[in-house]
Design a protein around this ligand. Structure first.
Ligand code: SF4
Length: 377
């Protein structure tokens, strides 16, 4: 039986986000690690590797696919009610102890994480998305930056079919990867996990590349929403949340900020689950700092009005939500408040026709029968 690493090394092609440097080394620019990789070695993410002085990158497979309400990503200011056809590959440049997608993201680090790949073409994936009624195709579940060449191949096909595209990312980017993605990616969700560099180092990264990426994404015209999973004792201090919110305001007060509730997962089982009171406190800090759109997530019905979108000008209710479910939608076709006419930032559909699905579901139950045989790492 082949190992997962061996199977994945048959699903590759030469990458585009790298340069050859001296003595057979390559420099990868797909994420903020900017690995300098010698011949025969893997990058930090363990899915991009140097062979013979060329960088090989993941290609032609998916590790999981799912039909998600776009509110689950979460995007609250982009095509509300749309179905987001979501796919993921394997690997990550970070190793967060509370990862909710560790089965795919940590598949090459953790022997308990087994998720067989499925061979795929961009055409087949987009056809499936269209058949399911999707409006958006999203790269998610593992870190999409590290598999950007494959995502762009899919997004070219998706765009040609009239679909929007998105990334759900940890934001550990580089100017090179953002320029590469700019023509093909509409929506970008970034996890801002902490405002302390030493916390990021515990997770395998650094703070500054994430802050730089958020600012660049906004300046480059991607639609950006920010998520912070509030983990008690890790990132929920008054001071840290305040600095985080002030940074976001300095990028734009129109950046939606989702503060979401942690629950014990994967290797992080020490902290208590986040209480609704803590989420309300975090949201209050965001609003006091000047953010116009602050949302509370992972606690449907338990955070008052913090699931809804309100007009910042006249306070009219614009979109009422309960979890992923849209209860009421009042924006005009131009994305304005129907009461005072204020323009609401986002990517709005001119033809809102209700919600496609308010719960995730699997697109094809038979797919598992096609998967390659892999039982161990
Ligand atoms: S994607 Fe990031 S971690 Fe992977 S090889 Fe490139 S720079 Fe290194």
């Amino acid at each position: 039986m082949a190992t997962l690493q061996q199977v994945l090394q048959k699903a590759v092609r030469e990458g585009e986000l790298y340069e050859k440097i001296d003595r057979g080394f390559v420099r990868c620019y797909a994420c903020g690690h900017c690995c300098r990789i010698p011949d025969g070695q893997l990058g930090v993410c363990k899915v991009r590797y140097n062979e013979g002085g060329k960088l090989f990158v993941p290609w032609s497979y998916v590790a999981c696919e799912q039909c998600d309400p776009i509110e689950k990503k979460p995007f609250f200011h982009a095509y509300p009610g749309a179905l987001a056809y979501s796919f993921g590959m394997m690997g990550c440049d970070l190793h967060c102890g509370y990862c909710q997608n560790w089965v795919t993201s940590q598949a090459l680090r953790d022997p308990n994480a087994v998720s067989p790949p499925l061979r795929m073409t961009p055409e087949a994936l987009v056809q499936e998305a269209l058949q399911q009624g999707a409006r958006v195709v999203v790269s998610t579940y593992n870190e999409p930056l590290i598999t950007s060449e494959w995502a762009v191949a899919i997004f070219k096909e998706a765009r040609a079919a009239g679909l929007a595209t998105g990334y759900v990312s940890n934001g550990n980017g580089t100017p090179q990867v953002l320029e590469y993605l700019r023509p093909w990616v509409d929506l970008f969700k970034v996890d801002l996990k902490s405002f302390e560099d030493h916390h990021y180092r515990q997770l395998g990264g650094r703070l500054q590349p994430i802050l730089d990426t958020i600012r660049m994404l906004h300046e480059m015209g991607f639609w950006v929403e920010i998520v912070t999973l509030i983990v008690p004792g890790f990132n929920d201090s008054e001071d840290e949340l305040k600095r985080m919110a002030e940074f976001l305001v300095s990028v734009s007060p129109d950046l939606p900020w989702h503060v979401t509730a942690f629950h014990k997962d994967y290797k992080m089982t020490g902290p208590a689950n986040t209480s609704s009171a803590t989420l309300l406190r975090a949201a209050g800090i965001g609003k006091a700092a000047g953010l116009r759109y602050v949302y509370a997530g992972n606690m449907p019905g338990r955070t008052g009005e913090l699931e809804n979108t309100y007009c910042p000008n006249c306070r009219a209710l614009l979109i009422e939500r309960l979890g992923f479910h849209i209860v009421e939608y009042r924006l005009t076709a131009a994305g304005c408040c129907p009461d005072c006419g204020a323009a609401i930032p986002g990517r709005w559909a001119v033809d809102y026709q209700g919600q496609t699905a308010d719960l995730p579901y699997q697109p094809r139950s038979l797919r598992w029968s096609n998967r390659s045989g892999i039982l161990r790492r």
